[in-house]
Design a protein around this ligand. Structure first.
Ligand code: PEP
Ligand code: MN
Length: 256
């Protein structure tokens, strides 16, 4: 495997990709973009606490076709307004190659979700874009499959890849998935790709996010992703795992 680009090339760090100073990057925001007001409340909290990245899904990969599927293009427009108004770097998921053009226009980072990590035509297409790609690990994928998915993107020409360990399926059910610390360690040791940990989708709960964040930071992870919502109990998706604004600010404080 050593002749793969992901092992042999030097990649940009997350701050280098955006020309910013950031020791440990925090990407926070709601699971789904629901309204301008919702995004504004989150953005204000981020700016106040010097966090540079905001997230929010407009196209949602929901397990059931009968649950909220995201606002689509209207959500992207909200995200675009918010990133411009608050000078934030935005992350949003792309599920369909046909949406890449519109995402390039309205967002800064294209996320490939866990369920699409091995959607090879989507990987090839984002590989031909110049936009940074945040690639999440498939929930049933090995580290090798994860790196080979990244290889699809970089071998098509896009070197701006950020990996995201978001937990894998195990027999443990007290957390939603099991965050694989060893995956982060191996990727840090064997590649120069930036890797962050998604503490919301991996844990599916909010009470141990602070402790886990400190743990991943201490092992040299490049950053974290966390879901945050002004009123988590009213969220249209993933309500159990989203931090409220107080919890978000407390987390950011604990990491600085
Ligand atoms: C998300 O980040 O919105 C998401 C759906 O995560 P994952 O693909 O890791 O399940
Ligand atoms: Mn979510």
């Amino acid at each position: 495997m050593e002749n793969l680009l992901v092992y042999s090339q030097k990649f940009k760090s997350l701050p280098e990709m955006f020309g910013i100073e950031d020791k440990f990057s925090i990407i926070a925001g709601p699971c789904s973009i629901e309204s301008y007001k919702q995004m504004k409340i989150v953005a204000q909290a981020l700016v106040k606490n010097n966090v540079r990245f905001i997230r929010g899904g407009a196209y949602k990969p929901r397990t059931s076709p009968y649950t909220f599927q995201g606002l689509g293009i209207d959500g992207l427009k909200i995200l675009n307004d918010i990133r411009n108004e608050y000078h934030l770097i935005s992350v949003t998921e792309v599920m369909d190659p046909r949406d890449i053009g519109i995402l390039e226009k309205y967002a800064d980072i294209m996320q490939i979700g866990s369920r699409n990590m091995q959607n090879f035509s989507l990987l090839r297409e984002v590989g031909q874009s110049k936009h940074p790609v945040l690639l999440k690990r498939g929930m049933m994928s090995t580290v090798e499959e994860f790196l080979l998915a990244a290889e699809y993107i970089v071998s098509n020409g896009n070197k701006n890849v950020i990996l995201c360990e978001r937990g894998i399926r195990t027999f443990e059910n007290s957390t939603r998935f099991t965050l694989d610390f060893a995956c982060i360690a191996m990727i840090k040791q064997e590649t120069s790709l930036p890797i962050i940990a998604d503490l919301s989708h991996s844990l599916g709960r909010t009470d141990i996010v602070d402790l886990m964040a400190k743990a991943v930071k201490s092992m040299g992870t490049d950053g974290i992703m966390v879901e945050a919502h002004p009123f988590p109990e009213e969220a249209l998706s993933d309500k159990n795992q989203q931090l409220n604004i107080n919890q978000l600010e407390k987390l950011i404080g604990a990491l600085s």
